[in-house]
Design a protein around this ligand. Structure first.
Ligand SMILES: N[C@@H](CCC(=O)N[C@@H](CS)C(=O)NCC(=O)O)C(=O)O
Length: 224
């Protein structure tokens, strides 16, 4: 089985790249240039009507979007990183959904208001900086009880770590949270994480290049 990952150097893509390395799968990465609007092209929209990366294709015709679903799909198909028993599996899903519904969207808004918004909105900056800080505290509490989020290492850890590599964009410091720091370093010492990070092109994109990302409404969904 071979896979193609349509991605961009962003946390939601990095989590899938880590899992592809952990599972030692055969895969090829194709960068979708978001600033150039490649995610709006009909060929991409046919794979993901939500017009966002990542998207995974398999050599037998599977096409999936939403990074959490992609992580579950690959982990289930390969029988690894989901927890070893029923209780761990539910812990894994619980923390995965927490990342997808809380940490990702909130930290993403912190990136937006602190780094990319064309106007400085103090309420938005404060709201998302503080809520991200609270979520780091939630992680710290959990990780003071268990080595990894689900107990054993799982896709939940792979989903969360990429959101912490940009802690400075969120006005946070992982070092302020002792248990989280211990876990963060344990993540960094995994060879799959190192390999994923090494191949992850960091891009500094000027705010004006984000025009296409910041100004989409429903009419951006019309076929072009
Ligand atoms: N919930 C989605 C979020 C995907 C997402 O927001 N992707 C961003 C990059 S991190 C994107 O493709 N943005 C392009 C756009 O908004 O036009 C997932 O986890 O896959």
């Amino acid at each position: 089985m071979r896979y193609v990952l349509h991605y961009y150097p962003s946390p939601n893509s990095l989590k899938v790249i880590i899992l592809l390395h952990e599972l030692e799968l055969e895969w090829e990465g194709r960068v979708v240039d978001l600033a150039a609007g490649e995610q709006l092209a009909p060929a991409f929209t046919a794979m993901n009507p939500n017009k966002k990366v990542p998207v995974l294709e398999s050599s037998v015709g599977d096409v999936l979007f939403e990074s959490g679903a992609i992580l579950e799909f690959l982990a289930e198909r390969n029988g690894n990183f989901l927890g070893a028993n029923e209780s761990e599996r539910w812990q894994c899903k619980q923390w995965l959904y927490w990342q997808m519904s809380a940490l990702g969207p909130v930290a993403g808004q912190a990136h937006h208001f602190r780094k990319f918004a064309p106007e400085k909105v103090p309420y938005g900056i404060r709201r998302y900086t503080d809520e991200t800080n609270r979520l780091y505290g939630v992680l710290n509490q959990r990780l003071s009880l268990v080595p990894w989020l689900a107990g054993p290492y799982s896709i939940a850890d792979m989903a969360v770590w990429p959101w912490l590599v940009h802690a400075d964009w969120q006005g946070q410091s992982v070092a302020d949270f002792p248990a989280l720091s211990r876990w963060y370093q344990a993540m960094q010492s995994r060879s799959a994480v190192t390999a994923a990070w090494a191949a992850y092109p960091t891009r500094e994109i000027a705010p004006e290049d984000y025009e296409v990302l910041l100004n989409q409404r429903a009419d951006a969904l019309k076929p072009s």
